[in-house]
Design a protein around this ligand. Structure first.
Ligand code: MN
Length: 234
């Protein structure tokens, strides 16, 4: 092919690879090298609950770091078997195996963070409350929306050390739980609907040690109940 055609082809191929990796709600094909999916909003959009400075470090350093580390690991001949898997497949194939902890931690954290950004939106939370089937399932499991919020905050605050708080669908029944470090509910056969990052890097610049104030603000103002409804039906 001519040089110009080849250049066009490479451009188109590059765009296609990037869009596959972005997929909502995070079912991305791990065509190496993986790319850091764009944030679904501006890095200032979640302020003042989450500052631009926190977004800069959290997305631009921590999340990017997991992607970069995973790409480095997947390029090793010893890890060739994982190179064409999705992030989720890598996570599930490497869970609970000490020798594969690097692949597990970085694939799970890459997935968790993409899921986390898509679990929030500006003017979310109480401004765009759950409705329809999602609300009925919340009421069936927790009594009402405010009680569910309280439980989510309490579980997020109680998680010892780094980890994640989750609203999940367990075979049709909603549950709230937390996981440690990089663990994801899919490892336990549960369908995640929303997550809150409770690693200190998620809030320390803005709230220092006061995790509860941060989590309460995320639940009140940022949770993306539209995304939860889509994930519930997916
Ligand atoms: Mn994080």
């Amino acid at each position: 092919m001519t040089e110009m055609t080849r250049r066009n082809f490479l451009t188109v191929a590059g765009v296609a690879a990037a869009s596959v990796a972005i997929g909502f709600p995070n079912i991305s094909k791990a065509a190496t090298p993986l790319v850091l999916a764009p944030l679904p909003y501006a890095d200032t959009a979640l302020a003042p609950v989450i500052s631009q400075q926190t977004m800069g470090f959290h997305y631009g350093k921590h999340h990017l770091g997991y992607i970069t580390n995973l790409n480095t690991a997947l390029a090793l001949p010893a890890n060739a078997a994982y190179a064409d898997m999705t992030l989720e497949q890598i996570m599930l194939a490497t869970a609970n195996q000490k020798a594969l902890a690097g692949l597990f931690n970085n694939s799970a954290q890459a997935l968790n963070h993409q899921f986390y950004w898509e679990s929030m939106m500006p003017k979310g939370g109480d401004t765009a409350k759950p409705s329809g089937l999602l609300l009925s399932k919340i009421e069936a499991a927790f009594g009402d929306y405010p009680t569910m919020k309280t439980k989510l905050v309490d579980i997020a605050v109680a998680q010892f050390g780094g980890g994640w708080a989750w609203l999940v669908d367990n075979n049709g029944k909603l549950e709230i739980l937390s996981t440690s470090n990089a663990d994801n509910p899919k490892m336990f056969g549960l369908k995640p609907l929303l997550t809150i990052d409770v690693w200190e890097h998620a809030y320390y610049l803005d709230y220092q040690n006061v995790r509860k104030t941060h989590v309460q603000a995320v639940v009140d103002k940022l949770l993306n109940w539209n995304a939860a409804a889509v994930r519930l039906g997916a």
